[in-house]
Design a binder for this molecule. Sequence first.
Ligand code: PNW
Length: 474
Amino acid sequence: MMSAEVANKLPKDFIWGFATASFQIEGSTNVDGRGKSIWDDFSKQPKKTLDGRDGDVATDSYRLWKEDIALLAHYGVKSYRFSLSWSRIIPLGGRNDPVNPKGIAFYSNLIDALLEHGIIPFVTLYHWDLPQALHDRYGGWLNKDEIVQDYVHYAKVCFQAFGDRVKHWLTVNEPWCVSILGYGRGVFAPGRSSDRERSPEGDSSTEPWIVGHSVILSHAHAVRLYREEFKAVQGGQIGITLNGDWAMPYDDSPQNVEAAQHALDVDPIYLGHYPEYMKQMLQERLPEFTPEELKVVKGSSDFYGMNTYTTHLCSGDDEFQGFVEYTFIRPDGTQLGTQAHCAWLQDYPEGFRDLLNYIWKLGRCADLDFSVTENGFAVKDESSKPIEEALQDNDRVNYFKGNTASIKAAVLEDGVDVRAYFPWSFLDNFEWADGYITRFGVTYVDYETQQRYPKESAKFLVKWFGDNVDAGDR
Ligand code: PNW
């Protein structure tokens, strides 16, 4: 019989750890044969990052990886989610281009060292750092036929090199950011947009949907390859991770209720088709899947991977056409929660619990379990404070207090089967268009010395998981 204490804890196989991504932490962009990624030059162009700084050094983790693993082990994490740099592994990116043994060796050593410390590697193949050569050669994600083949080849190289030890694969991180931020708003590399003040070329009315389509197909073909050629022997799981924030109607008017529902609609990987309202809105601008492609796309994730940060209030105008407006301000003028350093994030843990329940009900139909692969908070003014003060990251501690309580309630009271939880991020790091000004880390990084300092939030999370996950027989 389970003791009362065990029943009050998350199950012993619950995975928790911290997440990062290659371009945000590695630096050393021109060593050991690495090719350029689309973020290398983009981040060096004027006004692309808030502080004008690039990713050449970042948190220097390509050199300091042993220290980083020692810190992860000190925290006692069960797992570490990180991404592979395509440009280190195949510097020019393509299926006929050479593989770089030094790139393979770097990740191979990293994986071995994690395993030696008992830390499970959770590996993302693509976290936005496309090899520049593929963008220059044929337009990168804009060219479906070429990119699908090159991406699948890259995935195959990784399954062959690391799949004996890696049992948790994520194909792509957040297709929404890749397509909308990279090709619609143009704020992320490669920075294409119809806004000519921002970008010399690009068409925001078509390109995001072409890119989204290529990303979904690349993911799906890599999963098919894994299932056909690797899964039986290597025995891992593979899936994609999507942005998914909770959406509530601004008020109870029918168009706002509909707007919130649209904001939650899932994509072809789970539905087997694009949501109806998207087809209506975009008409011929939305690419169609051939019946053959759909067979590969539908069901192409072993689990539902979700990056979630916040909750929005949603509204649609009177003639609701599918375009959703988002706000954090309720009709009575109050804010939903504490504002983070970035505009798109407020702390609202109730929404997190609702989202966990909503996704679980959706996924149960398709027999999927799910993992929260990112969740985190950027504290206001953190970068301008002295280190000692920045380590007292109370707003982040409150955020994680609320969200860990929501996970626990969802699992133990609502019966939601969440398998993993990865706070973003292990370290302060290169926060894309925000440069180094916006910090998401549970570990403070002094960018002068590259010293790491655990913040209160790291201490809170380490203790919380120690107290709230069943330790089993260990
Ligand atoms: C995610 N938004 O990006 C990424 O996966 C991380 O690399 C990143 O550092 C982290 O969240 C924090 O930003 C997002 O505008 C970027 O809603 C923008 C949005 C959401 C997620």
